[in-house]
Design a protein around this ligand. Structure first.
Ligand code: FAD
Length: 367
């Protein structure tokens, strides 16, 4: 079967890779728009503490986190190069005894469902600072060894390399959708392409594309501004992800880079700008949690548009008014965690295989 996938963020790239692994004929298209979420995403893969209250989303994040090592093994076998995935553990911070207890109980409860949560420990402030030296000195923490990080951009590049090595075709341009009867076609610079399945995984831009074939979805871009600091001379490779009691967080990569994330700006539209208030927010929140980084170099502030559906759950499914249209988007703030697994599910949908999960909560046309 022939498939065209629009959008090579983490979701489109994972779908494309999964399809070529099964011998399918695939064209992956990407326009490399500014604000691609996957390039800006922080990279926390840790559904084990302090997040995702929605049970369907937690279930999806759980199976996604568990499935990550298998994907990394596949990419290694395909000699796809560096993926940026590393199990570094996570520290969930608590300001009071009752917060510490609640975090601990949550992690222990989740560990009963899966060993992948790893070791769960309550840490004093000085124990936590041994793991993450710049940390504030007035909090305690729950440590979870199964927390991980991923560099979304590196992983996506690896997926695309493996896809191309397996014979997939990459088209680097902006495309449009057209319809005739119950079929959807893709208009490129060189003409119109047809396919057994057209998969729209164009991130926050998916709504505009689908409107071209009269399909209406609830989806908005949500701007995130995220700061990258360099802690000169620090060996940051094993620093855990840090999850404070807010929507902000931080994580380190192995080259002295520490990331402070991130703003969540609803109603931003595709306004690709750093704002004074946004940059101030991420730096203030970050330095309150890790004052030891006040002298780090501020290297870069990135901007990304999260694809936000009506809730935080993906939009995934076939569109019944057409015979060959699949929507896969709406990964919101969890896309680097769930994107690879949702990509596998999307690939199964495209070849009419059992997806292994009830897709009702992810109905792409829900409002
Ligand atoms: P995108 O990565 O946005 O990719 C969509 C692609 O579609 C783009 O490359 C674009 O060029 C292409 N495209 C669009 N229209 C067309 C067209 N007409 N023709 C051709 N190409 C087209 N998730 C986590 O799990 N953990 C985190 O710690 C985390 N942190 C985040 C921090 C920030 C600041 C942001 C912004 C996001 C974060 N996320 C995180 C969420 C995650 O990054 C996103 O959910 C995910 O990257 C979305 O991937 P995507 O493939 O759906 O979309």
């Amino acid at each position: 079967m022939k498939h065209i996938i629009i959008g090579a963020g983490i979701l489109g790239a994972a779908t494309a890779y999964s399809l070529v692994q099964q011998g399918e004929d695939v064209v992956l298209v990407d326009a490399d728009f500014r604000g691609k979420a996957t390039k800006a995403g922080a990279g926390i893969v840790c559904p084990w503490v302090g997040a995702r209250k929605d049970p369907d989303l937690y279930e999806l994040a759980k199976v996604s986190a568990i499935d990550y090592p298998a994907l990394i093994d596949d990419l290694r076998a395909d000699e796809a190069g560096v993926t940026g995935y590393y199990k570094c553990g996570a520290l969930a911070l608590a300001n009071t005894e009752s917060e510490l207890e609640a975090l601990y109980e949550e992690a222990v409860r989740k560990r009963k469902e899966t060993d992948f949560v790893g070791d769960v420990e309550k840490l004093t402030n000085s124990e936590a600072r041994k793991m993450f030296p710049p940390l504030q000195n007035d909090c305690s923490a729950v440590y979870v060894s199964g927390g991980a990080r991923v560099d979304g951009d590196l992983l996506t590049q690896a997926l695309v390399r493996a896809f191309v090595n397996r014979g997939g075709q990459l088209l680097e341009e902006e495309v449009e959708l057209e319809s005739r009867g119950d079929e959807v076609f893709v208009r490129t610079r060189d003409g119109v392409l047809d396919a057994d399945q057209v998969i729209v995984s164009a991130g926050a831009w998916s709504k505009k594309l689908l409107e071209q074939v009269d399909v209406s979805i609830v989806l908005e871009p949500q701007r995130g501004q995220i700061a990258h600091l360099r802690a000169e001379g620090e060996d940051t490779k094993d620093w855990p992800v840090v999850l404070p009691q807010s929507s902000h967080y931080m994580l380190a990569f192995d080259d002295g880079r520490v990331v402070f994330g991130a703003t969540r700006e609803a109603d931003s539209g595709f306004d690709y700008r750093l704002t004074a208030g946004g940059v101030q927010e991420v730096l203030d929140e970050g330095l309150a949690v890790a004052p030891g980084l006040a002298d780090a170099t501020l290297e870069e502030v990135r901007i990304g548009f999260r694809p936000m559906g009506p809730d935080q759950k993906p939009l995934l499914g076939k569109i019944s008014s057409y015979s060959n249209l699949i929507v896969a988007t709406g990964l919101g703030p969890s896309g680097l965690t769930i994107g690879p697994f949702v990509g596998k599910m999307t690939a199964k949908l495209a070849i009419d295989e059992e997806v292994g999960m009830d897709l009702t909560p992810f109905d792409p046309l829900r409002t």
